[in-house]
Design a protein around this ligand. Structure first.
Ligand code: NAD
Ligand code: MG
Length: 375
């Protein structure tokens, strides 16, 4: 069977990216149809055969993929189990975490077992924190099924839940044993979720991969890209940017703030819209705000913002700010927990493929940039 699996791997083009963390290295496997070979991939990652693997998913994703995944686990000699959490950010809570622990106990999960997250970023964050904390920590693996979780949330080891007073206020760093990405899962993802995830893909390209950015410009708007034969290569390039940043700053002490490009303004707009604006939409407008600020500070030329705008627009993302008072947007930014010692930290693009962190952007510059975008 190993030989057959290896041959299949050659037929479907596979990408394997190592991620180096303070606790050692783990692989990200990207391959079409990987869902049906997930058990073999876990064995390759050293998860003991015969051990228990509890799949954590939700009522949207489980009916699509949990049976296939559990069968694949069984076929490779694992004891699969299934635990469900309710779908949606509203359920990324301590209550859901407690509910998940109960299911782990019912399934008799112990420290020899593994928690395998199957779903988007919410599932990954909750399952990861549950794995980090249940019985002081059990093994964790991830099978991200949204574009955002494939290129962003599943990399970097951050896990956690929200509190009523804010997002991601409780959590832990928990590195997975492996991350398995099957791009074919993206075929069932609603187009608006795919488009929202594109904002992070474009962000990664804008941060550190000008070649990828140029290709995204060329293929603008073509969401089928994500399940064509070349999807694993596209995903690998998008995820590599995040890998490089988190490897250099695993505990978010410095350079990792670059990944916040577009998020300072984006979070504020998401909040002010009562979350009617999707995360990717907020990030899209936020990246343009950052580009406008960079232009105003003389750090980037005007053409950078124009190019970014055209690309985002081409992928169906918003490029103008909702008509809110700029001062309200600035006030909302200040409430963001990512602020440090009172000063907002801005990831500013200098060119396509290059960005820098600045923590002393004058308020007037921020306000002017927002007004330029329609605030
Ligand atoms: P999500 O997990 O809510 O998924 C979006 C929707 O798509 C959900 O309804 C989900 O059930 C559904 N879905 C998932 N996969 C599907 C598929 N293949 N087919 C059909 N439907 C599918 O949202 P998301 O955008 O994946 O993740 C957002 C979350 O990720 C936020 O909570 C955010 O804080 C977190 N996040 C974490 C990190 C990190 O480093 N840990 C980074 C970025 C974001
Ligand atoms: Mg984000």
């Amino acid at each position: 069977p190993e030989q057959v699996a290896a041959q299949l791997a050659q037929i479907a083009r596979a990408e394997e990216l190592p991620v180096r963390t303070p606790e050692g290295s783990y692989p990200i496997h990207i391959q079409q149809g990987l869902l049906t070979r997930a058990g073999w991939a876990l064995r390759t990652a050293g998860i003991p055969q015969g051990s228990q693997v509890v799949v954590v998913s939700n009522p949207t994703v489980a009916p699509l993929y949990a049976d296939l995944l559990q069968a694949a686990l069984q076929a490779a000699g694992y004891q699969p189990g299934l635990a469900l959490i309710p779908d949606g950010e509203a359920h990324k809570t301590l209550g859901t975490l407690a509910y998940l622990y109960e299911q782990f106990l019912d399934l008799r999960l112990d420290r020899s077992g593994t928690v395998l997250a199957l779903g988007g970023g919410v599932t990954g964050d909750v399952a990861g924190f549950a794995a980090a904390s249940f019985m002081r920590g059990v093994r964790f693996a991830q099978m991200p099924t949204t574009l955002l979780s494939m290129v962003d949330a599943s990399v970097g080891g951050k896990t956690g839940v929200d509190l009523p007073r804010g997002k991601n206020l409780v959590g832990a760093f928990k590195q997975p044993a492996c991350v398995l990405i099957d791009p074919l899962c993206l075929q069932t993802l609603p187009a608006e979720e795919l488009r929202s995830g594109m904002a992070e893909v474009i962000k990664h390209a804008a941060l550190n991969d000008p070649g990828l950015f140029a290709e995204l410009e060329q293929h603008a708007g073509d969401l089928t890209l994500w399940w064509q034969d070349s999807a694993p290569q596209w995903l690998a390039r998008a995820v590599k940017v995040k890998i490089d940043v988190v490897e250099a700053d695993p505990f978010e002490q410095g350079q990792r703030a670059l990944l916040n490009l577009g998020h300072t303004t984006g979070h504020a707009l998401e909040q002010l819209s009562g979350f009617a604006l999707r995360h990717g939409e907020g990030v899209s407008i936020g990246m343009l705000a950052a580009a406008r600020i960079a232009a105003r500070l003389g750090l980037a030329d005007e053409a950078l913002a124009d190019r970014l705008r055209a690309c985002l627009q081409g992928w169906g993302l918003p490029v103008t700010c909702p008509p809110l008072p700029a001062a309200d947007i600035l006030a909302a930014m200040r409430h963001d927990k990512k602020k440090q010692s009172g000063a907002l930290r801005w990831a500013l693009p200098l060119a396509i493929g290059r960005a820098e962190i600045h923590s002393s952007v004058p308020d007037t510059t921020i306000l002017e940039a927002l007004v330029e975008l329609g605030a």
